[in-house]
Write a protein that binds this ligand. Structure first.
Ligand code: CS2
Length: 450
């Protein structure tokens, strides 16, 4: 039997429930990219806010590329369980915040209508680094943007303006440096080209706060769903599994109202940069290092890689000696304690976090995870051996070519296997034949790779 509003009463008492009237909640949030990460993080915060009495924060989730999540959640009335795992313990809660999942290619009008509805105050995003459609020089790649959220959002904002409605908050929840500012700039580019009449309205009435989001959400498999079913007695195709830890730091600059997230551990701050930089360079930086070096050493999971003394030392060096000095902490932010806490989180075998999940999309992740740190090291005369080791492992991962999952994967593998390492490095850092490099602005790092 499937989890759904009318089967909830079959759940054993130890499974927590949402405890508010779901049908009475307006759709206050439209979310692009309703993957496991959103369901284990932002939707959980909306759920807790509504459970504590806030009203009107139900979520309309939008998938841009696949019908998988719609097929998992819509037959369950949007319900799913979130299971927190740690050691041998697992606690599950039914999350009620998601009302529906729309598949944008087939439900364009519905998506636009949800955002253009007066009840909607927040449009949020977990579309991954590549979903923002940035060209190598950082500007908007219009061809890619057409396949992403831009046309839907542009149309909806035009409709809101025409109807005299309030602006909305656009909340990027992806691992990009200055994610809010990046979204603001790219969306403005889209609007100026495609809906210029909306440009002033967008600038005055909408905001794009930056956010730092953190919760490790490993991809789950059939075995996880079977175990859960055995434990709770219902089949949940939309289940997510995560760690206990969760952090969300948001620049407090909303266009309109928002849930009282501060009551549920969300840090609403004036400047997200120190948190975001620490998270990208330390957590994500160490993750990518463990992924490429760990896969090469024959490991499958993060907890296995970090149990290897050599890799643990490398990850520690990256965090403490290379990344940490490049970060100006916020008052009260203890980066040494942060590094210790990260190693403990990585070491938990209950998470079964796969290294190949982290290794995907390296071209989109490496600049903000490693290269910005490495530039700081070069500028201040510090060594960055761990990052160099990571880059070398990534280059070998491309050269080997069999497990590359990356938007530039085909080009890079062909280049590496046809013309060799020097051509691959030049393509990334220098460009070739008058073409911009994949990672502009980092040529100073080239001597490290020779
Ligand atoms: C990971 C992140 O897959 C990856 O690249 O580094 O998804 C990481 O688990 C999250 O950012 C943790 O908050």
């Amino acid at each position: 039997m499937r989890l759904a509003p009318d089967t909830l009463h079959h759940l054993p008492p130890q499974v927590e429930r949402f405890g508010y009237d779901r049908d009475a909640q307006a759709l206050g949030i439209v979310h692009f990219g309703i993957g496991a990460f959103h369901r284990a993080h932002q939707a959980w915060y909306a759920d807790r806010a509504m459970a504590a009495g806030d009203e009107g924060w139900a979520i309309s989730g939008v998938s841009l590329r696949s019908t998988d999540v719609a097929a998992q959640l819509n037959p369950q009335g949007g319900l799913y369980t979130l299971t927190e795992r740690s050691g041998n313990a697992a606690n599950s809660r039914v999350i009620g915040a998601v009302r529906e999942v729309l598949f944008a290619p087939e439900q364009h009008e519905a998506v636009v209508a949800r955002i253009a509805d007066p009840a909607c105050h927040i449009v949020s995003f977990t579309v991954t680094e590549k979903g923002y459609a940035r060209a190598a020089d950082g500007s908007l790649d219009f061809a890619a943007a057409r396949q992403s959220f831009y046309p839907l959002l542009g149309e909806a904002l035009a409709r809101r303006r025409a109807a005299g409605l309030a602006g909305v908050t656009l909340l990027s929840c992806d691992n990009l440096a200055h994610n809010g500012a990046v979204l603001q700039r790219l969306m403005s580019e889209w609007i100026e080209a495609e809906a210029p009449a909306v440009a002033d309205w967008f600038e005055h009435y909408c905001t794009c706060p930056s956010t730092m989001i953190d919760r490790i959400v490993p991809r789950s498999g059939g075995e996880d769903l079977d175990d859960l079913e055995a434990r709770i007695g219902l089949r949940d195709e939309g289940a997510v599994f995560t760690e206990r830890f969760s952090q969300w730091v948001i620049e407090d600059r909303f266009a309109g109202s928002r849930p009282r997230w501060g009551r549920h551990g969300v840090q609403l701050v004036a400047d997200v940069a120190p948190y975001e930089t620490a998270k990208l360079r330390m957590l994500n930086g160490a993750h990518s290092l463990l992924a490429y070096c760990g896969l090469e050493a024959g490991y499958r999971f993060v907890h296995e890689a970090v149990a290897d003394r050599r890799l643990r030392e490398l990850a520690t060096r990256l965090m403490i000696e290379e990344a940490l000095p490049s970060i100006k902490p916020a008052p009260g932010q203890d980066l040494h304690a942060y590094a210790d806490q990260l190693l403990t989180r990585f070491a938990d075998p209950a998470l079964r976090h796969r290294l190949d999940q982290i290794a995907m999309d390296g071209t989109q992740k490496i600049p903000q995870r490693w290269l910005d740190t490495a530039i700081d090291c070069v500028r201040t005369g510090r060594r960055c051996d761990a990052i160099v080791a990571g880059l070398a492992a990534w280059l070998r991962h491309i050269e080997q070519g069999t497990a590359v999952d990356d938007p530039h994967g085909e080009t890079l593998v062909a280049l590496a296997q046809g013309e060799g390492r020097a051509a691959l490095v030049a393509h990334c850092f220098d460009g070739a034949g008058g073409r911009a490099p994949l990672w502009p602005g980092y040529t100073r790092l080239l001597p490290l790779l020779r």
